[in-house]
Design a protein around this ligand. Structure first.
Ligand code: MG
Length: 132
């Protein structure tokens, strides 16, 4: 039996972290169109729980209940250190606010990029292409 695990393992994995159902749907779709396997987390706690270093890219909503994108990013960066992960995951922050204070906070927490919602597939693709 040809293992489907190999296929899954060879696929890049994205995690979409967002409390908004529509945003989840559209961003998930964008990643799937680009050939990614996609996990969805509805808040920061879930994102941190799912994260074990096997994920290639995360889109992280800034504003979420329970644990926001800033706290979740910090926790994921901590988890990477604890697990001694050599290649830190690409974290793309998504926010409706593009003021300097918000964006600075995103980078300070450990996000690599910040883009403004609504996300355009082209913008996402440009970031993913630059990484490879
Ligand atoms: Mg939100």
């Amino acid at each position: 039996m040809e293992s489907s695990t190999n296929l899954i393992n060879s696929k890049k994995i994205a995690m979409v972290v967002d409390d908004d159902k529509l945003a989840q749907f559209f961003i998930k779709q964008m990643f799937e169109d680009l050939g990614y396997e996609v996990l969805v987390a509805v808040n920061g706690h879930e994102a941190v729980r799912h994260f074990r270093g096997h994920i290639n890219v995360i889109t992280m909503d800034y504003n979420m209940p329970e644990m926001n994108g800033i706290e979740a990013t910090k926790s994921i960066r901590n988890k990477e250190s604890k697990l001694e992960i050599k290649n830190p995951v690409l974290i793309i922050g998504l926010t409706a606010h593009n003021d300097k204070e918000t964006i600075d906070a995103c980078f300070a927490a450990g996000m690599n990029k910040v883009i403004t919602k609504p996300v355009a597939q082209k913008e996402l693709l440009d970031i993913l292409t630059l990484q490879n």
